[in-house]
Design a protein around this ligand. Sequence first.
Ligand code: FES
Length: 147
Amino acid sequence: MAYSDKVMDHFSNPRNMGEIENPSGVGTVGNAQCGDIMRVYFDISDDGIIRDVKFKTFGCAAAVATSSMATELVKGKTIAEALEVTNKAVCEALDGLPPVKVHCSLLAEEAIHAALWDYAEKNGIVIDGLVKPKSDIHEDEEEEEEY
Ligand code: FES
């Protein structure tokens, strides 16, 4: 299995890794098959711009690389623009993923959606086109785990 140079770059040197204190929205999703987990934090301005974004991923190389690329793609964008950052867009930006690893990129898209969902709930707003991600594991999460 060969990863593109971009995947290797984002895996070895992930952008936006970390967390945001008092985030505007935070979402955690998991992949039931492999058990990998991804959490995304947003700092969203009053006019709906994603000022900052951070992630923590407990997962495979492809999951780390897609989290890194996905956060790069949504940073500085509006919420509507962030919704356009699909797993396909993330894969393309990484020059592709091996077919068996494409599912890993779904985690990044879902984590973004889960964090936006949390933001919408906190603010009592509805975000057009946003549905609650199926793999949102927010409800079950107890204590912060150290990844
Ligand atoms: Fe689980 Fe990649 S193998 S996200």
